[in-house]
Design a protein around this ligand. Sequence first.
Ligand code: URA
Length: 206
Amino acid sequence: MPITVLDHPLANDLLTELRKVDTDPPQFRQTAERLGYLLVAEALADMKTEDVEIETPLEPMTGRQLRRPVVAVAVLRAGLGLLESVLTLVPDAAIGFAGVQRNEETAEPMEYYTRFPNLDTAKVLVLEPMLATGGSLSWAVEKVKQNGAQDITAVCVVTAPEGVERMERDHPDVRIVAATLDLGLNENFYIRPGLGDMGDRLFGTL
Ligand code: URA
């Protein structure tokens, strides 16, 4: 499934703020949340709705409401930076967590914690802001599939071609929504030009 890169002036403006080396953690968190609204709205653009009879102050009418539950699975830690955006837009979304740590030598994922709500009939958004090698996202998607998820969209901020190719190979059924497709990875598996370590930038860790 092809990647959707947001082509929106507001998304580009917010992304540029995130990329700047001197954007501090409070600013970074707030900007990531705002960009998250645009990404989540796009990720939910293919959601089914159902008709519902309502009354406006003037007259009855047929409205439309979301038909299926939404689940957001945050890939720890950086995925937490997009969680508030989902919960603001869809307050009754259920939340899962996929704890995976990157082996700094091989860049392959090492699991340390997973916890999911019911995923069977849900629209599942896997929040993985930095799609670098694709190892963590591919692992998280495999986990949610093993737990019953069938309709999965990955929500990313920055992606690298290497990660997108891996996802196309491992999970061609998963749609990716992102703010940018960057140049590629450096020798430490960071995305260039990227924005650095998303977790560190969100939480001010060194
Ligand atoms: N994870 C990050 O936080 N940044 C990168 O550039 C790659 C992976």
